[in-house]
Design a protein around this ligand. Structure first.
Ligand code: AHR
Length: 539
């Protein structure tokens, strides 16, 4: 179908709002993106490119942890291939041990000699999928991978640990003790000495602490008022041992503004200063598949439907930011989107015990690109984000089983987008139509979306073309500087269902693309169903 027929070119007014209309001229390109370099939104925190690893399915056992005596190449029990790939994407932070698992976890189970650690039923054993799975560490938690192992994993990949405490089952005292175990200098406390005896003399200096997880659901079924009181109790006067502790509150499920409003109201009812105890407010949003819900077998309508659902993240950030601002007028509390991704139905797992172990295709890669671009564009509001989950699970960057390991298309997006980390987020004003109506729904998915960041005289632009069929010739205009030279890299596949497997690990990989300069800017053709990064050297 012809692109012009299928798309509704809306003659968007975004350029007018930026006062840039005068710059438009008659042109052959089908779309245009304007990037003013003089009005940055804020610094893109590297933490927007964070990860999440829960004791669920194949994430920890057979994913990250293979054990020191494994024939699988490992670094102290941690899968070497994973470490190498995590370094390539400059992974900044990893959240652990859950998820719902966190609120059933006693951190003391995971310390001391491994052979003596207790075995417990895993939180997810009650899931109907797991009841049909064979027995193993996914059902009966062996606690081989505990605090020391996790913090060593973080050290190996150069990431900060982000630990989620058990608010449902443990006490505030247990939480204090966990901070003590992680952060106190050896020789100062009994718990620090236990850590040192396990081989980690230097404190882990954990800064990020989640106070429960999904406390509106699996984390205790609290009301926002009850949770606010627990939050106050858990976070009052916790010694950080020289580490400025950053507490992250268990925020809303998707668009639940009531949870946000009522929590902020109760937290501050006696003392507005308590906002200072809250570093971040955790938002969870998964986009779910329509149609059959299969991760790999989907229609073009399913493709557009899910990409459109992914873009809901933008309005969720705006809405919760607005609700937080009703009380936190100065916006000292930032959003932490510590679970995001696509959630498909079961059926594509590489192993029966890997709960939620879905395959990731080009569709998931585009969702990753769209979402990371949204975070970049809200660099002033979002302090951290963690894709769920790292390996063998929802929206994973990797699949692994025994000695086999493969990077999914999502990994390649993270590798391309790592270039944004630490840059100044710039406005990207796209002038392009929406994708036409699909599945009986009106059009609201933009044909192109993206984000840009400035790093001295280098500008990084990432662009997602959501069309399943059509390339889009686009004029890229940088306002405030001329483009001296440019290079490009693209992730694209002729089949929207394309994905990497153990047998075909290179089915979807990035490649270099030539970029054509035009006047002081450039014109680029973004292929159908693709994610592109352009690196522009500015004069
Ligand atoms: O990521 C899987 C689960 O989804 C997490 O454990 C939970 O927090 C969320 O509901």
């Amino acid at each position: 179908m012809n692109m012009l027929k299928r798309r509704q070119f809306l003659k968007t007014t975004v350029l007018a709002t930026a006062g840039l209309v005068a710059a438009r001229s008659a042109r052959a390109a089908e779309a245009r993106v304007e990037i003013p370099i003089y009005d940055p939104i804020g610094t893109i925190s590297p933490d927007l490119y964070g990860h999440f690893a829960e004791h669920i399915g194949g994430v920890i056992y057979d994913g990250i942890w293979v054990g020191e005596n494994s024939k699988v190449p490992n670094l102290g029990g941690i899968r070497t291939a994973l470490v190498e790939h995590m370094r390539r994407i400059k992974a900044p932070v990893v959240r652990w041990p859950g998820g719902c698992f966190a609120d059933s976890y006693n951190w003391r189970d995971g310390i001391g000699p491994r052979a003596q650690r207790p075995r417990r039923p895993n939180f997810w054993i009650v899931d109907s999928w797991m009841q049909g799975a064979p027995d193993g560490p996914q059902k009966f938690e062996p606690n081989e991978f505990g605090t020391n192992e996790f913090c060593r994993f973080c050290q190996l990949i150069g990431a900060q640990p982000y630990l989620a405490t058990n608010l449902r089952g443990n006490t505030a005292r247990d939480f204090d003790d966990w901070v003590d175990y992680c952060n106190a200098p050896a020789g100062k406390t009994t718990l620090a000495d236990q850590r040192a005896a396990a081989g980690d003399r230097d404190p882990f200096r954990v800064r990020f602490w989640g106070i429960g997880n999904e406390s509106w659901g699996c984390g205790g079924n609290f009301t926002p008022e009850e949770y606010a009181m627990e939050f106050r109790r858990f976070t009052a006067w916790v010694p950080g041992f020289g580490v400025p502790l950053a507490f992250i509150g268990s925020g809303p499920n998707g668009g639940d503004l009531d949870w946000t409003r009522r929590f902020f109201a109760r937290l501050t009812e006696r003392d507005r200063g308590l906002l200072g105890t809250l570093y971040g407010w955790a938002l969870h949003y998964y986009c779910g598949t329509s149609g059959k819900g299969d991760a790999v077998d989907f229609t073009v309508d399913d493709w557009y439907d899910l990409l459109e659902k992914a873009t809901v993240m933008d309005s969720l950030i705006r809405l919760h930011w607005g609700a937080m601002g009703e009380i936190d007028r100065a916006h000292r509390v930032k959003l932490v989107v510590d679970e995001w991704g696509a959630w498909h139905h079961a059926g594509t797992e590489i192993n029966r015990a890997f709960l939620f172990g879905q395959m990731s295709t080009m569709r998931d890669a585009l969702i990753a690109g769209l979402t990371l671009d949204i975070f970049n564009r809200h660099a002033d509001k979002v302090a951290m984000a963690n894709v769920a989950q790292l390996i063998n699970n929802l929206h994973s960057l990797f699949l692994a089983h025994e000695d086999r390991f493969v990077a999914t298309p999502n990994f390649h997006v993270f590798e391309m987008y790592a270039a944004h980390q630490g840059g100044q987020s710039l406005r990207t004003e796209f002038s392009v139509g929406n994708i036409g109506a699909h599945g009986g729904k009106p059009a609201s998915l933009p044909a192109l979306a993206g984000s840009a960041s400035l790093h001295d005289r280098r500008l990084v632009l990432t662009v997602v073309n959501t069309s399943a069929t059509d390339a889009v010739e686009t004029e890229v205009a940088v306002r405030g500087a001329a483009v001296k030279s440019a290079t490009g890299r693209v992730l694209a596949a002729s089949d929207i269902h394309a994905h990497n497997t153990f047998a075909e690990p290179q089915a979807v990989v990035t490649q270099d693309v030539a970029v054509k300069l035009s006047g002081t800017g450039l014109v680029h053709r973004f292929p159908a169903a693709s994610i592109t990064r352009l690196d522009l050297e500015l004069a």
